[in-house]
Every structure is written in structure tokens, then in C-alpha cells.
Design a protein around this ligand. Structure first.
Ligand code: IMP
Ligand code: MG
Length: 180
């Protein structure tokens, strides 16, 4: 294991099993609907790629990139669109696919922004939800796992753009980001 990683939190098999379950629930709920998965770049790419293949209703995939973290591990509270959706979502059944909800600021912004485009429905699927006491209360319709209030990497999640390619989910060593 890399020296920056403290411990493994969720293994590959467990992730696969949970992603399959989420895909099954989503497939059931979106039968006959016009599903559009909106992946939030870049953290959600690995999760979205696996989740999409566990969903058996017709779908489109689109992406948005927003900034909430720079290269550090603290949210700024300011959310900016770096890349917008390619297609119009008016009248579509939109499912936001996120990697992790920490403070909830990013998701709050995304919900407000996408809602204003008048989709038929708007829901959220997040792989992880952090147990952060300062978290804004938001409905996460599909949630993979609750994780402790640590910095998490792997399976798409990065620290300074590193570790996205790890197949498992890890806790980063706290001494790497607890310096302020
Ligand atoms: P929030 O706005 O505080 O909820 O932060 C959400 C975004 O910050 C997520 O989409 C992630 O990209 C990033 N983020 C938050 N916590 C972590 C973490 O523990 N590891 C990696 N990225 C994180
Ligand atoms: Mg993200």
C-alpha cells in the first residue's frame, strides 16, 4: 500500500456488490422514463462507468465539471461550473451521479442549477456520504456507503489528482492534511 494511505475502508468486492444493488434499484425506479445520468467530473467517472453497466433501462450519459476543491482538502464554499452539460435536460429524468457528499455545498448548488432547467425529475446517487457534522441536510436518493469524516481516496476520488485509479477506497493519512 502507498505510504500516503492509512487504511483500506471499502474493498473491491464490497464496492461491486453495492454498485450492483444501486443499479438494480435505479433500474426498477426508472422503467419507462427518460433517464439521463449526469456524472460530476472528475471524481464520479469510475463509479459512473460501473453503475451505468448495472442499470438495464435506456439512458443517456452527460457530464458536468464544477470546482469546489482546489488542490487542498478543504471546500471553499464557492462552486463554479467548469464544464456544462452538452445536452438540454428539460423534460428528462435526471440522476446526478456524485462520488462523495461532504459539506453538501456542491450538491446544493447542482440541485438548484439543474432544477432551473426544468427536468421532469431530479434525483441524486452518491457513492459515498461523509459523516460531517456541518453537512447541509439534503436528500440523497441513492447512497452507496456512509464514510467517516476523514479524507477518502480511490475508486475515482483523488488527493491532489492522485489515487483515482485505485480499485478500493482508502483513508488518507490525516497528517497529510491536518496541518492548518
Ligand atoms: P462538498 O461540496 O463539501 O460536499 O464536496 C464535494 C466534492 O468535494 C466531491 O464531489 C469531491 O469531489 C470532493 N471531496 C469531498 N470530500 C472528499 C474526500 O474525502 N476525498 C476526495 N474528494 C472529496
Ligand atoms: Mg466531485
Amino acid at each position: 500500500m502507498d505510504e500516503d494511505l492509512e487504511r483500506i475502508l471499502i474493498g473491491e468486492k464490497e464496492i461491486k456488490k453495492r454498485v450492483k444493488e444501486l443499479g438494480e434499484s435505479i433500474s426498477k425506479d426508472y422503467q419507462g422514463k427518460e433517464l439521463v445520468l449526469v456524472g460530476i467530473l472528475r471524481g464520479a467517472i469510475i463509479f459512473l462507468a460501473d453503475l451505468a453497466r448495472e442499470i438495464n433501462v435506456p439512458m443517456k450519459v452527460d457530464f458536468m465539471a464544477v470546482s469546489s476543491y482546489g488542490s487542498s482538502t478543504k471546500t471553499s464554499g464557492v462552486v463554479r461550473i467548469l464544464k456544462d452539460l452538452d445536452d438540454d435536460i428539460r423534460g428528462k429524468d435526471v440522476l446526478i451521479v456524485e462520488d462523495i457528499v461532504d459539506t453538501g455545498l456542491t450538491l446544493k448548488y447542482l440541485l438548484k442549477n439543474l432544477k432551473s432547467r426544468k427536468p421532469a425529475s431530479l434525483k441524486v446517487c452518491s457513492l459515498l456520504k461523509k459523516e460531517n457534522k456541518q453537512q447541509i441536510s439534503l436528500d440523497i436518493d441513492y447512497c452507496g456507503f456512509k464514510v467517516p469524516d476523514n479524507f477518502i481516496v480511490g475508486y475515482g476520488l483523488d488527493w491532489d489528482e492522485k489515487y483515482r485509479n485505485l480499485s478500493c477506497i482508502y483513508v488518507l493519512k490525516p497528517e497529510l492534511y491536518n496541518e492548518d
